[in-house]
Design a protein around this ligand. Structure first.
Ligand SMILES: Nc1ncnc2c1ncn2[C@@H]1O[C@H](COP(=O)(O)OP(=O)(O)OP(=O)(O)O)[C@@H](O)[C@H]1O
Length: 368
């Protein structure tokens, strides 16, 4: 059990990312943190393994205050999975997965044996063992990330948008496999997402955060959908309910343009945000006024999903709402950058689609 007692995080610049948070993450269950961009989900997650220290309040694991534990030891007992998997690019799949057991002193042979077993467990063909991360698909990379986090058999797993960077079909497969795996393993899992659909699919309980780092509601998925506690939660949950039906609605929003920069180049300084490309693929955004040199991978803001230019309105709205600029990144069928789409333009297209289906319903009702 992980217990937050009146936890607040105020960063040095005065930003209050988490405000007086009290909640309990039960043992052996999946707790999902969901909410709009910037509401403090990641900060809350990272305070559990002390990658970020709280300003005030306490976080307890099974009644022991984490502040009094050795931070390195604490982290070794907590698996951590992030978006884009965060794999070591120069290590093979097998060596990535074996990293923590090796650090903990397991010999190379047994560590590799165990890594092969884990590959099977997360649905990866063992034939991929000697590949490097760049030679894998996004979904395969995420599976390696999950296998690596499981390798030390930690009782607690922290997962920060682990499935956001893959396309919706692979994402659903990963979610289903993850639930199957959790049935076997029964870990204590804290899972961050901005997608309410993912939250209600995966969570035994769901904590909805509002901007300003405030917990708006914590409940089971059913209770959250049936009895939202206030307008904010109703809106957050409700917006997506109608939105679900849009999964199969093809988009008719033409892509817009945004300034771009390639990794290794200097971004133009007159734009507030610039799209970063790696070759012909989009990787995220940068704010040029915060940079004083060429754009490098660590400074790229990678938050946000990427949608197909010819994909569903749902995918495009998800991409726009999860982006720091409220502009979703679009790619063609080969994954090449194809432009951006603003949330309000997708919403307008959704309204137009809704009007169309209402008109069809009315026509059907009026038919003799
Ligand atoms: N090191 C930092 N210094 C100052 N402010 C920060 C720092 N890290 C995060 N913040 C701010 O704290 C707030 C919460 O950020 P956090 O990353 O926890 O949100 P989030 O809900 O995970 O968002 P997202 O879904 O976009 O990842 C934001 O306003 C963010 O800008």
């Amino acid at each position: 059990m992980i217990t937050f007692e009146a936890v607040t995080k105020r960063f040095d610049d005065g930003t209050v990312a988490v405000d007086d948070l009290s909640l309990v993450v039960p043992t052996g269950r999946i707790t999902v943190f969901v909410g709009p961009s910037g509401c403090g989900k990641t900060t809350t997650l990272r305070m559990i393994n002390r990658m970020i220290e709280p300003t005030s309040g306490r976080i307890l694991i099974d009644d022991e205050d984490t502040a009094s534990m050795d931070a390195a030891q604490l982290r070794r007992n907590i698996g951590y999975v992030i978006q884009h998997a965060g794999l070591f690019p120069h290590r093979t799949v097998l060596d990535n997965i074996a990293t923590v057991p090796r650090l903990l002193g397991t010999k190379r042979g047994p560590a590799r044996e165990q890594a092969l077993t884990l590959m099977e467990r997360v649905g990866l063909a063992t034939g991929l063992a000697n590949r490097y991360p760049a030679q894998l698909s996004g979904g395969q990379q995420q599976r390696v990330g999950v296998a690596r986090a499981l390798a030390a058999d930690p009782p607690i797993m922290l997962m920060d948008e682990p499935f956001s960077a893959v396309d919706p079909i692979v994402r659903e497969q990963l979610q289903a496999e993850f639930l199957r795996l959790q049935d076997e393993l029964g870990k204590t899992i804290v899972f961050v997402t901005h997608d309410i659909d993912e939250a209600v699919t995966l969570g035994d309980q769901v904590a909805v955060f509002a901007v300003g780092g405030v917990l708006a509601q914590m409940d089971t998925p059913v209770a959250l959908l049936d009895n939202p506690t206030d307008d904010f939660v109703a809106d957050f949950v409700g917006r997506d309910r109608g939105f679900r039906a849009l999964g199969f609605t093809s988009a008719h929003v033409s892509p817009g343009r945004a300034p771009t920069v390639h990794l290794g180049e200097v971004a133009r300084a007159d734009a507030p945000w610039v799209v970063v490309l790696d070759g012909d693929r989009p990787v995220g955004w940068v704010e040029p006024h915060r940079l004083d040199g060429p754009v490098t991978a660590p400074v790229v803001h990678r938050g946000g999903t990427i949608a197909r230019v010819d994909g569903s309105l749902r995918g495009q709205l998800d991409a726009a709402l999860s982006s720091p600029t409220l502009q979703g990144l679009l790619v063609d069928e080969e994954g090449r950058y194809a432009g951006v789409v603003e949330a309000d333009r997708v919403l307008a297209a959704i309204e137009a689609a809704n009007r169309g289906s209402q008109a069809q319903d009315e026509a059907r009702n009026e038919a003799p």
